[in-house]
Design a protein around this ligand. Sequence first.
Ligand code: ATP
Length: 288
Amino acid sequence: MSATPDTARTTTAPVVSVEGLRKTFGRGRKESVAVDGIGFELRTGGSLGIVGESGSGKTTTARMLIGLEQPTAGRILIGGADHTRPARRIKDLRARGRLIQIVFQDPYTSLDRRQKIGDCLGEVVHLHFGLTGAALKTRVRDLGELVGLHERQLESLPRELSGGQRQRVAIARALAAEPEILILDEAVSALDVSIQAQILNLLADIREQRGISYVFISHDLAVIRQITDTVIVMRHGQVIEQGQTADVLDNPHDPYTRLLRDSVPHPGWQPGITTPQNPHTPITENMP
Ligand SMILES: Nc1ncnc2c1ncn2[C@@H]1O[C@H](COP(=O)(O)OP(=O)(O)OP(=O)(O)O)[C@@H](O)[C@H]1O
């Protein structure tokens, strides 16, 4: 990783600033609004959670941030520079890769089945930093170490690893570009609870050591509470509540956030029975 000291990045200035961001798909009568004029900030070295039910616009927001989707309207500033339009030239794509990376839920589909893990990481390091030979090998070993992958696993093919190990590969591959911002889109959702806890601890350590900023998309509010310091709640493409994570989750002002929070199963919860202790079944059954 870069030698940038933690303090250099850990300021209160926003590293990401989003204004009036909107994305529609389709045209005319078939037009649908996925993201409807949202705004938020991620401070440098901070961790921002995005929560909301399925279809609320979380992934579309992430895809616009990373440049995989062009916004219909609005503005995305990253490190003060305008990143509203996806990069087109290779040089700009690479520069963006050094700034922001994303990890999706299922890394298996994005890994080359015939490529050893070490080679996969080496490719990214070579692409961004031009390292070769022993220097490249050392860097790959360091990356593996950072995420808890050993030499033997670096020599493996993706199918020889567990889901948790593959997710570590995906994180290492994203970190190989030494980005300032890492987006994790349901990146731990498919993992069992103990592996999930290991990865969350790992991410917290990396953030502390490197001063990297996170955008963390998850439907799991316990995960959001653990890994983020601010949160936005999305519904129907809009931000309906935002603030410090603990404040929003402990004292939600919006009924939808309350509903979202109370949907987390707890002792005494029974599916299908609505009582004050067991407030609801489908999450937005009573919402407009
Ligand atoms: N390429 C696309 N073409 C048309 N509609 C799309 C496209 N991508 C997303 N949408 C629509 O935009 C809306 C928001 O989708 P998005 O994937 O951003 O939601 P989400 O909150 O991430 O959901 P989930 O939690 O299920 O991943 C949905 O109604 C979805 O069907």
